[in-house]
Write a protein that binds this ligand. Structure first.
Ligand code: ADP
Length: 253
C-alpha cells in the first residue's frame, strides 16, 4: 500500500462563498479511484469557515467570528463529505489537529495510532486544523504546512497539493504571461523560501511560498510533493493512476 496525503485548499472547495459541490464530488471520486488502486489516502481539507459562513454570515474579519464559523462549518463540511463518500461505499472520519500536536512526540504517536487504525479499516481520515481553539502563536495558519507535517509524521511518501494553480512556475503565471512551468524541482533556493520578506520579489504573492516551504520540508525528510490543479483533476489522475507526468510539478530531492 502506498500512503499519500491529499490537501485541498479553500479556493478549490468554495465558489461564490458556498461549498463547490461538483468539485467536492470530483475529489471524492478521485479518492475512491485511488483506493481501488491500493492507495491509502489521508485528506487534508480546508473549507470549514466558508461552510459556516453559508449558514450564518458573520463578519469574518473578527477572529472570534472566524472561530465560531469554523465550529459551525466543520460538521456541515463533514456532512457533505460523508454524503459523497457514501455514494462510493466509503466511510470518512474527522480528525482535528492543532500545530502543538506536532511538537510533542507523545501526541504525534497517539494521533498516528488513530490514523493507522482508520486507514487499516478502509476509512478516509479528513484532517483540518482546529480553528476554533488554535491559539495564534501555535497555528500553522495555512493547511499547506499542516499537510506537510501530516505527510511526514504519519509516514506518507507523497503529499499532493490540489490548488487554484496547476503547477509551480518560474514566476507568477497570473502576472506574467511568459511564465514557464517547472515539471520537476529538486532544490528550492533560500530566495524563494523567504520570498515573503523580500520586497519586489515576484514569488512573494499568493500562497506559493507556503507550498514551497512544505515541499522543502518534505524533500529534506526524504519525501515528495506533487502540486497540481484542483479544478481539473486530469493531471493528478494521470500522475497517480497511470504513472504519467503530463502536468503539475513534482518536488523530489
Ligand atoms: P490554494 O489556495 O489553491 O492552495 P493559493 O491561491 O494560496 O493556492 O496559491 C497559489 C497562487 O500562488 C497562484 O494562484 C499564483 O497566483 C500564486 N503564485 C505566485 N508565484 C507563483 C509561481 N511561481 N508559480 C505558481 N503560482 C504562483
Amino acid at each position: 500500500m502506498k500512503r499519500i496525503v491529499i490537501k485541498v485548499g479553500s479556493h478549490v472547495l468554495t465558489e461564490n462563498g458556498a461549498i463547490a459541490k461538483t468539485r467536492m464530488l470530483a475529489l471524492v471520486e478521485l479518492i475512491s479511484e485511488l483506493k481501488i488502486e491500493q492507495y491509502e489516502v489521508i485528506l487534508v481539507s480546508s473549507g470549514a469557515v466558508s461552510a459556516g459562513y453559508t449558514q450564518l454570515p458573520l463578519d469574518r474579519s473578527i477572529v472570534a467570528n472566524k472561530q465560531a464559523l469554523a465550529a459551525i462549518g466543520q460538521p456541515y463540511l463533514l456532512k457533505m463529505y460523508q454524503e459523497k463518500f457514501e455514494r462510493f461505499g466509503l466511510l470518512c472520519s474527522q480528525v482535528l489537529l492543532s500545530a502543538d500536536v506536532f511538537e510533542a512526540p507523545k501526541h504525534i504517536a497517539h494521533a498516528k495510532v488513530a490514523i493507522d487504525t482508520l486507514l487499516n479499516n478502509n476509512v478516509v481520515p479528513i484532517i483540518n486544523e482546529n480553528d476554533t481553539v488554535s491559539i495564534e502563536e501555535l497555528v500553522f495558519g495555512d493547511n499547506d504546512r499542516l499537510s506537510a507535517h501530516v505527510a511526514h509524521y504519519f509516514d506518507a511518501s507523497l503529499l499532493v497539493i490540489l490548488s487554484d494553480i496547476d503547477a509551480f512556475y518560474d514566476k507568477d503565471p497570473n502576472k506574467f504571461k511568459d511564465a514557464k512551468r517547472r515539471a520537476v524541482v529538486n532544490i528550492i533556493d533560500d530566495n524563494e523560501l523567504n520570498a515573503e520578506h523580500t520586497p519586489n520579489n515576484e514569488f512573494a504573492t499568493g500562497g506559493i511560498v507556503t507550498k514551497l516551504q512544505s515541499a522543502d520540508f518534505l524533500m529534506k525528510h526524504g519525501r515528495a510533493m506533487f502540486l497540481a490543479s484542483g479544478f481539473n483533476l486530469s493531471n493528478v489522475k494521470s500522475f497517480l493512476i497511470d504513472g504519467e507526468h503530463k502536468g503539475g510539478t513534482l518536488f523530489t530531492a
